[in-house]
Design a protein around this ligand. Structure first.
Ligand code: ADP
Ligand code: MG
Length: 730
């Protein structure tokens, strides 16, 4: 029996009583496995606690003696929970997380066994990291990489089976100081944003000393039966199906979105949620998504660097917990053709240390002007740096999603809703060169009066925009489901930081010329609205009209990763990232190189998997079917029946033969195209060759013929689980 049928049989026997944990009150388990400041208070001396607390708030570095006290406290806490090992936990550019476990156990020189975790081991480690991508940085500088403790993200305990490991969040850098991970640049971008935003806040409120970007991600994913997934080598190796005919029923009824969560999946959800709560991940919502077998979860938003850690951690936890339920989580952007893909909406805003959300409309005319300032600066940032924002979400898997079913296009535009669009138009029209104090007072009051309408506007949702204002935050929707949101958040915070800095320079220049502060601010806001309004779009982002309109407006529409990544190497990008201190030129070039390499490898793997499946699964099944048909035809002939009796069989036989022939020829041609691409030295040219000469030239065509065969060949001999099974059996 093929794996496909044994999988289907095992699902039929599945009782659905997978170990769903009892549900304790969330508050009793929340943060159970996190070294929060509250826990730290119990385990640390006053001195160590204070030092840790200030360093979390972005204050002074922790010195060695205090580090020893903290590491001892951490070990005591961890051991009280049965932990034997620790690891520096980091997010290398592979896109997954990395850890290398060391035990607390050690031997003294006289052979006495002790448990130990000293400050040095807490602060810095040197993983043998030569196999992590570095884009040539380490080769160039012959430097090793090391991980350095990031006290701003709390340590936590990961439980795998009965094993427990203390994880120390770290950043990963080369010995010459270049960052090799997603976290180090993010922390720099956060700092840059805070500085620029505080300066602008101080026009309105002198008490603001820190601004923190906030992130609430919405994670979409598919869940399918593990046995079925195991019978699909493409899912196992690429995370997506490279073949598969559309089932009779897909998502056209949209009944999944409104339906109740299937029991097995529900048990899985409750299980991973509990793991998440223990790790301090504040999950809030869970629901079905539009496509069959697709779901979503979202937490309460947090400071961006914690939110990024939590998302990365959760993706890991989900994948592990799924195994306990004999399920597989697919985080890929497009696991199934023809139905929706998965995204990771990044809800983003900025919060002051005085407790104000800078993207929430204010309560007074003055705070509304502050809101308008940050709102318009964000739009201007997206307008000026749309190409870099696009590059931040570029990846081989996201190329399958952007512009496909119900996914935002590759064109970056901003949706603000009709009332805010009106406010912007109003400011644009009324703030002219003769704009005086009286005009300003009236306009400010008018703006203030339109706030109730803005609040109503919260419900005015445009689901087709890649970057939408949703009442008190922007929602970057083009981010891929499997991405580390550190990349998009690094770029977003950097471009807004840069724009706010320019804003301050522009406002100060006008004040110097004699403008009153608020009039100067109004003037610059007006100028920014004029300069960036072509990025605003309120219509249907999925429509063809928008593609034409965007082209007319001169907005870039970069559909493939190798080209979209070019934006990282422009003079504009170099200047942006260098002046904000986020990436040096070397680091930027390295990122570009790494992303290209990842792209090439992913397309290469998919092409190989396609070839393997075609030659080892598809064609053999089709040949078996041909033989069945032949036997039948010959038998009928031998029985002396007229040709009409077997003409249909002949027709099918002919079709099957044609498909086999095309598949066989194309797979071989694709191998040749790969060979040519592999010989290209330059990564960009090579990636473009993989995109155009391998992927675009062959993937769809081979798939077309395979999917046709799937619909012709006897179901009994088809070895790969079908869409209807993967999407609907559980
Ligand atoms: P939806 O977009 O599905 O309607 P919500 O608007 O309720 O859902 O929220 C989506 C996400 O946005 C949640 O994670 C929520 O915590 C987050 N969010 C809400 N306010 C902010 C904010 N000020 N900054 C960042 N994220 C936020
Ligand atoms: Mg949302």
């Amino acid at each position: 029996m093929s794996l496909r049928f044994s999988a289907i049989e095992s699902i039929a026997k599945e009782t659905g009583d997978a170990p769903a944990p009892a549900s304790p009150k969330i508050t009793t388990i929340f943060n159970e496995n996190v070294f929060t400041l509250k826990t730290a208070r119990e385990y640390l001396s006053d001195e160590a606690y204070k030092s840790l607390a200030t360093s979390i708030r972005g204050g002074k570095k922790i010195d060695r003696t205090v580090a020893n006290q903290i590491s001892n406290g951490l070990r005591a806490w961890a051991e009280s929970k049965g932990v034997t090992h620790y690891t520096h936990w980091f997010q290398p550019l592979t896109g997954t997380t990395a850890e290398k476990h060391d035990s607390f156990f050690t031997l003294k020189s006289d052979g006495t066994a002790i448990e130990e975790f000293d400050g040095a081991a807490l602060i810095q480690q040197e993983p043998d990291a030569s196999s992590f991508p570095s884009g040539g940085i380490r080769a160039t500088f012959e430097a090793r990489g090391y991980t350095a403790w990031d006290p701003s993200s709390p340590a936590f305990i990961i439980e795998i089976g009965h094993g427990k490991t203390l994880c120390i969040p770290t950043i990963f850098i080369s010995y010459t100081g270049e960052s090799l991970d997603y976290k180090a640049p993010l922390l720099k971008a956060v700092e840059s944003l805070s500085k620029a935003a505080v300066d602008v806040c101080n026009y309105f409120d002198k008490n603001v000393t820190k601004v923190t970007p906030t992130l609430g991600w919405e994670q979409e994913y598919f869940v399918i039966d593990e046995a079925l997934a195991t019978a699909r080598p493409d899912l196992i190796q690429c995370g997506r199906t490279v073949f598969g005919a559309s089932p009779a029923k897909g998502q056209q009824l949209e009944d999944h979105y409104f339906g109740s969560i299937p029991e097995r999946v529900y048990a899985f959800m409750r299980d991973y949620e509990q793991e998440a709560y223990k790790l301090g991940i504040p999950l809030r919502t869970r629901h079905n998504e539009v496509a069959p077998a697709q779901f979503e979860c979202a937490p309460i938003f947090e400071e961006v660097n914690i939110a990024v850690d939590h998302n990365t951690l959760l993706m890991d936890v989900m994948s592990r917990v799924a195994k306990r339920h004999k399920l597989v989580v697919l985080l890929h952007e497009k696991p199934f053709a023809g139905i929706n893909g998965s995204g990771k909406h990044n809800n983003w805003s900025m919060a002051t240390d005085t407790g104000v959300n800078l993207l929430a409309p204010g309560k007074t005319p003055k705070t509304n002007l502050m809101f308008l300032t940050f709102f318009v600066n964000t739009i201007k940032a997206v307008h000026d740096y749309a190409d870099i924002l696009r590059a931040a979400i570029a990846s081989a898997p996201n190329d399958h999603r952007l512009g496909a079913n119900e996914a935002p296009p590759a064109i970056i535009s901003v949706f603000v809703g009709q009332y805010l669009a009106k406010v912007l138009a109003d400011v644009e029209a009324r703030v002219n060169t003769k704009f005086d104090e009286q005009d300003e007072a009236i306009l400010k009051l008018d703006l203030h009066r339109s706030i109730p309408e803005l609040m109503l506007d919260n419900t005015d949702r445009n689901r087709t925009s890649p970057f939408a204002f949703t009442g008190n935050k922007f929602e970057f929707r083009a981010v891929g489901s499997s991405a580390n949101c550190g990349i998009s958040m690094t770029v977003l915070n950097t471009i807004v930081a840069d724009t706010l800095r320019k804003f301050k320079t522009d406002v100060d220049a006008l004040i110097e010329k004699g403008d009153k502060k608020e009039i100067a601010i109004m003037h610059v806001i007006q100028k920014y609205i004029v300069e960036s309004k072509k990025v605003l779009f309120e219509g249907d982002g999925y429509s063809d009209e928008w593609h034409h309109e965007a082209e007319r407006r001169g907005l870039p529409n970069l559909k493939t990763t190798p080209i979209a990544l070019d934006a990282l190497l422009t003079d504009k990008a170099k200047k942006l990232f260098e002046s904000t201190g986020v990436y040096s030129h070397t680091e930027l070039e390295a990122r570009h190189e790494i992303e290209l390499e990842k792209y090439i490898k992913k397309v290469q793997i998919e092409a190989r998997v396609m070839g393997d499946l075609a030659i080892n699964h598809i064609i053999p099944a089709a040949i078996k079917y041909q033989n069945q048909l032949l036997n039948n035809i010959n038998g009928l002939k031998a029985a002396g029946l007229p040709e009409t009796a077997y003409s249909s069989q002949l027709e099918i036989l002919k079709k099957v033969s044609e498909h086999i022939q095309v598949i066989h020829t194309k797979v071989h041609a694709m191998v040749e195209a790969r060979k040519i691409a592999n010989n290209i030295e330059n990564s960009r040219t090579k990636a473009i060759a993989y995109e155009s000469q391998v992927k675009s030239a062959f993937f769809d065509e081979i798939r077309y013929h395979v999917d046709k065969l799937e619909q012709l060949v006897d179901d009994d001999i088809w070895t790969l689980p079908k869409y209807r099974e993967m999407l609907f059996l559980r």
